[in-house]
Design a binder for this molecule. Structure first.
Ligand SMILES: [Mg+2]
Length: 107
């Protein structure tokens, strides 16, 4: 999948979520909701990482589905992209700049 294809999906999902939840009076409420959602998804990812490494109680491990780990990574990425869209971040531009910055550490 190309990154631009992912960003097109984010635009579509952003519109679908706005249609579902309705338009807030101000964008701050949507930003707050998406920030909280990101922490929820990050918690779910942490849960799956613990399960994948058998670092949970047996009862939780028995209910664990190993297929959820990848899905939770996807949830974190999608939710972070939706939040960045709400905050008018040009994520492609900032990611490119960040990659350059990281690469320069190793020169
Ligand atoms: Mg999730």
């Amino acid at each position: 999948m190309e990154f631009t294809e992912l960003l097109k999906f984010i635009d579509l999902e952003d519109q679908r979520l706005k249609n579902y939840y309705g338009n807030y009076i101000d964008e701050e409420k949507r930003i707050l909701a998406r920030t909280v959602k990101l922490t929820e998804e990050l918690g779910e990812l942490c849960n799956e990482v613990l399960a994948a490494n058998s670092l949970q109680r047996k009862q939780k491990l028995d209910k664990s589905d190993k297929n959820n780990l990848g899905e939770e990574f996807a949830d974190v990425i999608i939710t972070a992209l939706l939040l960045s869209k709400s905050m008018n971040i040009d994520i492609q531009k900032v990611l490119q700049a960040k990659i350059i910055k990281i690469n320069e550490r190793y020169k």
